[in-house]
Write a protein that binds this ligand. Structure first.
Ligand SMILES: Nc1ncnc2c1ncn2[C@@H]1O[C@H](COP(=O)(O)OP(=O)(O)OP(=O)(O)O)[C@@H](O)[C@H]1O
Length: 471
């Protein structure tokens, strides 16, 4: 049943000053931005239509700002990948009209829907960032109708007293912020969406590498493989449980390869609770890895805080003036001296089984608000690997290692040929790096020639003009 907007607002959103359309005194009447509504009725618990029809639509009818034009059209995604088609059609319609008007996207869906729409909208046919859109202001209003809704809960952390998760207004904080713009001191934040540009190697040379934009995560190893397996469980387990089942299926694997980090590289020191600057412009981090993600947001689910320093309320959060960055969170089993010794003694299979408990401890810390970043090895259990000598200033005793930087390159070990050694997850979409994973000396400077994944933080302000979320 559609709500009565005025009484719903009075009851559920009294801290947002949302005025009826007629009350927007003195506001200019020439539209400066076009609104497009995009629903994924298939995502999460399949609530997008209901959230739109019963609440968001009545709120729009009541309070849509005069400067925003909406022709009543609602775009629904029709099949897998369809968000990209919608994004592309928005790009070409803007080009056709030579329009420089702003674009307001109301997206009711999960992270995958946002990902698809922004990729279609911001990347040109050649897969490059579309320079023609460079003056465009894109505002996103997000209704979390997906399963994980990482971007939403990163922006509206449930532990904040301002964003109670059980409140009827909970899925509408972004929309309320948009509707209350200019009228409420509580809700007028248009925050740039952190973006990264990912280059996947071409599987058929000499065609160029494939470019993919992300807003949440680029991952390999356990996270990518569990996302891969979780998709097959979507029908039987529509909620978050499918991720846990899929984690069980992959937790005993380790992933060999090299991670190269560039661009103002820092590493978190649990002892100092601060970033340590890297002594060199490029840092090589050698596998095997049990876990490896590059995160643009603090959490991947409502209460799964993988990269706590991305949270805007954290003292180590990126500053608005900082160069675009992401946080790399990884777990390398051979940094644990007893584990390393057992592997060297040829007991790798049993050692992996034992190490599983440590992985669960780390994920337990993620579910406990991000405590894993401060868990440390006692001095006797910290392996003194050669690499520590090379990058001595960056050696820490953290069980998990957290880096911040602007660019990363993942080169999987070319001797491992199975699919799971090559999988990459980009905001939930799974990609295969392809075989063979060639020359591990390839670098990000040779982007099209890299046999691995290259990830560059580009920020929200430099992609297609500006891309921001109402928070
Ligand atoms: N009509 C449709 N039928 C089938 N699949 C669809 C349809 N429309 C969109 N999709 C696909 O649904 C998938 C899931 O969407 P999305 O990622 O937004 O939700 P989710 O996976 O439930 O949530 P989250 O990404 O937040 O965990 C996407 O891969 C998208 O391509």
């Amino acid at each position: 049943m559609p709500i009565d907007a005025a009484s719903w607002l009075a009851q559920n959103a009294s801290s947002y000053s949302v005025l009826p359309r007629t009350g927007h005194d003195g506001e200019q009447t020439t539209p400066t931005a076009r609104l497009v509504v995009i629903l994924n009725a298939h995502s999460g618990a399949k609530m997008a239509r209901e959230l739109w029809q019963d609440v968001a639509r009545p709120l729009f009818d009541y309070a849509l700002p005069r400067g925003v034009a909406w022709d009543g059209l609602v775009e629904e995604t029709r099949e897998i990948g369809d968000g990209e088609r919608i994004g592309r059609s928005l790009r070409s319609s803007a080009e056709g009209a030579g329009a420089r008007e702003g674009l307001v996207l109301l997206i009711a869906g999960g992270d995958g829907t946002v990902h698809e729409v922004l990729n279609g909208l911001l990347l040109g046919e050649d897969g490059e960032l579309d320079a023609r859109g460079s003056e465009r202001q894109i505002q996103v209003i997000l209704i979390p109708a997906g399963t994980a809704n990482a971007l939403y809960y990163h922006s509206f952390p449930p532990e904040s007293p301002s964003f109670p998760v059980d409140a009827p207004a909970s899925p509408f904080y972004s929309l309320l912020s948009f509707l209350a713009q200019k009228h409420s001191s509580n809700a007028q934040h248009l925050c740039p969406i952190a973006l990264a540009l990912n280059s996947l190697p071409s599987t058929s040379k000499p065609s160029p590498s494939k470019q993919v934009l992300t807003t949440v995560v680029s991952s390999v190893a356990l996270h990518a493989c569990l996302l891969h397996d979780a998709e097959a469980l979507r029908t039987t387990h529509p909620g978050l449980e499918r991720f846990k089942i899929a984690a069980q299926q992959n937790v005993q694997r380790w992933w060999s390869g090299t991670l190269r980090l560039r661009g103002n590289v820092r590493k978190y020191s649990p002892a100092r609770q601060a970033w340590l600057d890297a002594p060199t412009s490029t840092i090589g981090v050698e596998g095997p890895f049990a876990y490896l993600v590059t995160a643009l947001v603090s959490r991947f689910e409502q209460s799964f805080v993988v990269a706590p320093f991305r949270s805007s309320s954290h003292p180590l959060a990126p500053d608005a003036d900082d160069a675009p960055s992401f946080d790399v969170v990884c777990l390398r089993p051979l940094r644990h001296e007893p584990t390393r010794q057992k592997v060297e003694a040829g007991q790798e299979r049993e050692t992996r089984e034992t190490f599983v408990q440590r992985i669960w401890d780390v994920t337990g810390g993620m579910y406990a608000g991000g405590k894993h970043v401060d868990s440390v090895y006692p001095p006797t259990e910290l392996a003194q690997v050669d690499e520590a000598a090379a990058h001595g200033e960056l050696e820490t005793d953290g069980v998990v290692e957290v880096y911040r930087c602007g660019e990363a390159e993942w080169l999987p070990d070319s001797s491992e040929q199975d699919l799971k050694s090559r999988l990459v997850c980009l905001d939930g979409a799974i990609h295969d790096l392809g075989v063979p994973a060639l020359d591990s000396s390839a670098t990000a400077d040779q982007q099209d020639g890299s046999s691995g994944l290259v990830i560059k933080a580009i920020g929200g302000a430099s992609a297609g003009g500006s891309v921001s979320l109402w928070v």
